[in-house]
Design a protein around this ligand. Structure first.
Ligand code: HEM
Length: 412
C-alpha cells in the first residue's frame, strides 16, 4: 500500500480507526443528480452510453489501446479538414506519442522550477492586492493565476490588450454540452466558428505571439509549433486546448482547495506548516475528492470487456471520475471522506484519476499542483483570512466540471 502522505510523516495523533485529521470533510461539488454510487457496476444508459463508476474498470478503459478520445467535442474537431495537425487532446497513436514526447520538456520538475520566480511574483502581487483591498473574489485570483501561468508555458505573452483571461473563459461559457451525441444545444465547435471571442483571442493574443516568435524563437509551446510547421489556425486551436485543459481546470482546483482549507482549520494548519511534500499530498487528496473534470469520454475501437460488461466496438464509454475516485474497493470504506493520510493500493497515484490516465494523462499535473500550492500557501498563511461568502456551485457541461463563483474572502 502507498499513502498520500510521505513515509514517516505523522500529521497528528490518530483517533482510533479513522483519519488522523480531525474533521468530517466530504465532497463540496458532487452533483446532487448523481444517484449511482461509487464502485457500482458498468451501466448502459438510455442514450446508449456505457457509464463506468468503478476504479479498475475505468483505468482499464483509459489505458486501453482500443479506445480513443471522445470528449470535448472530439467527433466534431476531428472532422475539421482545415486542421492537418489536430490538437494534442484529439490525436492518437504515433503522432500523439511524438507530440507528447516533444512537449514533455515544458512540464518536467526542472522546467516548472524555472517558472517559479514568475509564479511566486504573481502570487505575491495577487495577495498584496487582496491585503490592500481587504476583500475580494477568490475565483478572480485563481483565474488570474491559472491563466497567467499556463500562458507562460504556451507562449501567450505578447497580447496587445489586457483581458486574455476573459477571452479564454468566453470560450467555455454558455449552456452547451460536450457529451458525444448531444444535439439539443449549440455544440462548442459550432460556437468556435460563430463567436466573436475566438477571432478576438486570435487577433489580440495568438497572432501577436506567433509574430513575435517568428522574429525571435523562445522556449515555449508556440515556438515549438512554429518549428513543426503548424498553421496559424492550428496554433490557435492548440492554444484553445491548453486554455481549457490547463487554465480553466486549475482555476477551479485552486478555488475548491481554498474552500476546503478555509472550512477546516486543522487541515489548514497542517497544510500551512507542512513540508512541500505534505502540502502536495493534501492538495492531491482534495483533488481526488473534487475532480475538476468529472467525466472522461472514450470511443471503443474494438469489442471490449470491461468490469465484466461486454462493450461493442464503436460505443461511447463515460468514466465518472467522481465515483471512480471514491470507489471503496480502491480507496477504502471511508473513500467519500477527505483524508490525506489515506493508504492507496500500490500503483495508484494520490489524485487517482483526476488527471486522467493512459496516454492522454494530463501533462500539466505537476505544474498545476505547484502553482496552486504557491498561491494557496501565501494566502492561507494569513491567520485572519476568512470566508465572507461561500461560492455558488454550478456545473459546466462543456468541460464537464464544477464552477465555483462569487467566492468572497476577506483579510482582517
Ligand atoms: C488541476 C488542474 C488540472 C486538471 C484537473 C487537469 C485534468 C486533466 C485531465 C483529466 C486530462 C485528461 C483528459 C482525457 O483523458 O480525456 C487532462 C489532459 C490535458 N491537460 Fe490537464 N489538468 C489540469 C491542469 C493542466 C495544466 C496546468 C496544463 C498545461 C498548462 C494542462 C494541459 C493538459 C493537456 C495539454 C491535456 C491533453 C493531453 C493529451 O491529450 O495528451 N492541464 N488534464
Amino acid at each position: 500500500m502507498t499513502s498520500a502522505l510521505p513515509d514517516g510523516s505523522t500529521p497528528s495523533p490518530a483517533p482510533a480507526g479513522g483519519c488522523p485529521f480531525l474533521h468530517d470533510a466530504t465532497s463540496l461539488t458532487r452533483k446532487p443528480t448523481l444517484d449511482t454510487q461509487p464502485g457500482a457496476p458498468v451501466e448502459l444508459d438510455d442514450r446508449g452510453i456505457y457509464r463506468i463508476h468503478d476504479f479498475h474498470a475505468a483505468r482499464d478503459v483509459l489505458r486501453s489501446e482500443d479506445t480513443r478520445q471522445a470528449g470535448f467535442g472530439a467527433d466534431m474537431v476531428t472532422q475539421l479538414s482545415a486542421l492537418k495537425h489536430q490538437p494534442v487532446l484529439y490525436t492518437e497513436g504515433r503522432e500523439h506519442h511524438e507530440m507528447r514526447r516533444d512537449t514533455a520538456r515544458y512540464f518536467t520538475p526542472t522546467a516548472v522550477a524555472a517558472y517559479h520566480p514568475f509564479i511566486a511574483g504573481l502570487a505575491d502581487r495577487l495577495v498584496g492586492d487582496l491585503i490592500r483591498r481587504g476583500e475580494g473574489n477568490l475565483d478572480d485570483l485563481s483565474l488570474t493565476m491559472a491563466v497567467q501561468v499556463a500562458a507562460q508555458v504556451v507562449g501567450l505573452t505578447d497580447s496587445v490588450l489586457p483581458g486574455l483571461q476573459r477571452r479564454i473563459m468566453a470560450f467555455v461559457e454558455g449552456d452547451g454540452d460536450s457529451e458525444p451525441g448531444f444535439v439539443n444545444t449549440p455544440h462548442w465547435t459550432y460556437r468556435f466558428h460563430q463567436m466573436m471571442d475566438v477571432p478576438l483571442l486570435y487577433t489580440l493574443d495568438v497572432k501577436p505571439a506567433i509574430r513575435a516568435r517568428r522574429r525571435a524563437r523562445k522556449d515555449d509551446l508556440i515556438s515549438h509549433l512554429i518549428d513543426k510547421d503548424y498553421s496559424d489556425l492550428e496554433i490557435l486551436t492548440e492554444c484553445l486546448t491548453y486554455g481549457t485543459a490547463g487554465m480553466v481546470t486549475t482555476r477551479e482546483f485552486i478555488s475548491v482547495a481554498a474552500w476546503h482549507l478555509l472550512r477546516h482549520p486543522d487541515l489548514r494548519a497542517e497544510y500551512v506548516h507542512g513540508t512541500e511534500t505534505e502540502r502536495h499530498a493534501i492538495l492531491h487528496e482534495i483533488l481526488r475528492l473534487e475532480p475538476v473534470v468529472n467525466t472522461i469520454y472514450r470511443r471503443t475501437q474494438a469489442d471490449m470487456t470491461v468490469g465484466g460488461q461486454h462493450i461493442p466496438q464503436g460505443s461511447v464509454v463515460a468514466v465518472n471520475v467522481t465515483n471512480t475516485n471514491a470507489d471503496p474497493a480502491m480507496a477504502g470504506a471511508d473513500a467519500a471522506q477527505l483524508c490525506p493520510a489515506r493508504p492507496l493500493p500500490r500503483g495508484v497515484q494520490a489524485p487517482v484519476l483526476s488527471f486522467g490516465d493512459g496516454v492522454h494523462r494530463c501533462p500539466g499535473a505537476f505544474l498545476a499542483i505547484r502553482e496552486s500550492d504557491v498561491l494557496l500557501r501565501r494566502l492561507l498563511i494569513w491567520n485572519d483570512l476568512r470566508i465572507v461568502q461561500e461560492p455558488a456551485v454550478t456545473y459546466n457541461e462543456v468541460i464537464k466540471g464544477y464552477e465555483l463563483r462569487n467566492f468572497r474572502i476577506a483579510l482582517g
